[in-house]
Design a protein around this ligand. Structure first.
Ligand code: MCA
Ligand code: AMP
Length: 459
């Protein structure tokens, strides 16, 4: 990488499948002070084009099957090096590296330097790059290692993708910092988890992992003989899933809470009471407060906006100072967009979100992004995208449309069109056609009424 001219502050995009070599690539970025920009493997060409334009990478490393190569997305960006890495660690990245010196100096970085940029969407539907610093990563990893008792005798079963905070900064950084070996699976497959659980001591996952594990006949005490800790996050873990898991396994899943912009914020304790339905207490050196709309702190037990400050909070959005400023209060707290309350022991309960966001199987889906695309499709007059209860993914994405006059409604054709533009997890699982959108006096679509109407769709 250094030999390809990448220096501190250059952006390195990677859109690669999981492999040990992908970890080396991430670590090489950190070592050089280059900014790592991991991207979801299921992004389509149009999603990727946006990121390439926004980031202006010095280097792109991608899977040989990525649209970046297939659709020649880099052709106009001739100063960007393009290298490949497949799931077996093969490709031009390591082939080229063989010809170069292996001794590269660790860059001189300080805590405030940006280590990674992770994209998160927003109310406008345009993804924003959250700049996460070396200080955010190191403080969070040190805190989590301590908090969850990670050590070199652990074996972490790693089945999360490594292009998000959960798989990359929570799971991987904890393991690397603690010298913990990992069973590094390419993806989550419940049969593989059951197969490898007897060798593992810790599993981290989104709630869907636990729902699927619970319905697997192989989940019994012999599978769990070495397990000391199950951790869940990225989406709400239903109390009944937590209770069923406890009854079946004797393990109370440890639920924690975080965000791309803040890495991890709060956690239930390793020792002490894990309270299902709560995400635990603020981590060391992190302040969590509950406020009114005008940022006044509320008393214990009152429900309001969750705001956070501490060494875990990101530096701002890439090339977007206005948006960065909007998301912070005058006294420097980050507005999470989540709504909740604290109890008198400091345990935080999340009751909802003020942001229009759907979390499906741990992936964030921003309705606006999908609506923007749907509204440009021929025959669609108006669309509204909502999340409704889903037995496997927690929330399932559905769309409700009003078609233009004299147009035929073809759900599967619409879904195919959307698949060309959007990563599959964002594509609505169902699309419904109605004659008129329910709107309020302000002319805004009443999504609550749609959610009520369609809440049983996936039952
Ligand atoms: C796959 N599909 C999905 C999802 N995953 N649809 C909606 N939501 C999803 N999460 C699509 C597939 O493309 C496929 O579409 C169809 O749904 C069925 O897929 P299936 O085989 O059942 O899914 P899978 O491949 O088994 O994946 C499910 C999964 C995966 C294992 C739960 O989504 C996953 O690994 N989720 C973890 C995401 C994550 O790491 N989030 C952390 C974000 P088709 O049939 O059309 O092909 S970090 C974060 O949130 C913060 C910081 C935090 O606190 O951690
Ligand atoms: P992301 O933008 O992908 O980082 O997703 C962050 C969002 O995931 C948070 O703002 C929360 O809404 C949600 N989240 C993460 N962990 C939990 C949890 N344990 N319970 C409920 N929501 C969670």
């Amino acid at each position: 990488m250094a030999n390809a001219g990448i220096v501190k502050g250059d952006r390195v995009i990677f859109q690669v499948k999981k492999s040990p070599e992908a970890i080396f690539l991430y670590l090489a970025c950190l070592k050089l002070g280059a900014i790592a920009v991991p991207l979801n493997n299921s992004y389509t060409a149009s999603e990727l084009s946006y990121f390439l334009d926004d980031i202006e990478p010095g280097m792109v490393v991608c899977d040989p099957a990525s649209p970046i190569i297939k659709d020649k997305l880099l052709h106009a960006r001739d100063r960007t090096s393009l290298l490949t890495l497949d799931e077996h660690g093969k490709g031009s990245l390591f082939k080229n590296a063989d010809n170069f010196s292996h001794s590269v100096q660790v860059a001189d970085v300080i805590g405030g330097d940006v280590a990674c940029i992770l994209y998160t969407s927003g109310t406008t539907g345009k993804p924003k790059g959250a700049m996460i610093t070396h200080g955010n990563l190191s403080s969070n990893a040190l805190t989590l290692k301590q908090c969850w008792g990670f050590n070199k005798d652990d074996i972490l079963l790693h089945a999360l993708p490594i292009f998000h905070v959960h798989g990359l900064f929570v799971a991987l950084n904890c393991a690397l910092l603690s010298g913990t070996p990992m069973i590094f699976l390419a993806e989550f497959n419940v049969d593989d988890i059951i197969k490898f659980l007897p060798r593992a001591t810790v599993l981290m996952g989104v709630p869907t992992f636990y729902t699927r594990l619970l319905s697997h006949p192989g989940l019994d005490s012999s599978t769990l003989k070495n397990m000391r800790l199950f951790i869940s996050g990225s989406a709400p873990l239903l109390k009944e899933v937590s209770d069923d898991f406890y009854t079946k396994t004797g393990h109370r899943i440890l639920e924690r809470y975080g965000m791309t912009e803040t890495v991890m914020i709060a956690s239930n304790p390793l020792k002490g009471e894990r309270i299902p339905g709560t995400v635990g207490q603020a981590l060391a050196n992190i302040d969590v407060r509950i406020t009114t709309e005008d940022d006044k702190t509320l008393e214990v037990g009152a429900t309001g906006n969750i705001q956070v400050s501490g060494p875990n909070v990101f530096k701002g959005y890439w090339r977007n100072p206005e948006k960065s400023q909007e998301e912070f209060t005058k006294d420097g707290f980050f507005k999470t967009g989540d709504v909740g309350f604290l109890d008198n022991k400091g345990y935080l309960t999340i009751v909802g979100r003020s942001k229009d966001l759907i979390i499906s199987g741990g992936y964030n889906v921003y309705p606006k992004e999908i609506e923007n695309i749907m509204n440009t499709l021929d025959g669609i007059h108006e669309s509204a995208v909502i999340g409704v209860p889903h037995p496997d993914f927690g929330e399932g994405v559905i769309a409700v449309i009003v078609k233009e006059k004299n147009n035929k409604f073809d759900e599967s054709n619409l879904k195919s069109l959307l698949k060309q533009e959007l990563a599959t997890y964002k594509v609505p699982k169902r699309i419904f056609d109605i004659s008129e959108m329910p709107i309020n006096v302000m002319g805004k679509v009443q999504k609550n009424s749609l959610r009520d109407k369609y809440r049983h769709v996936f039952e």
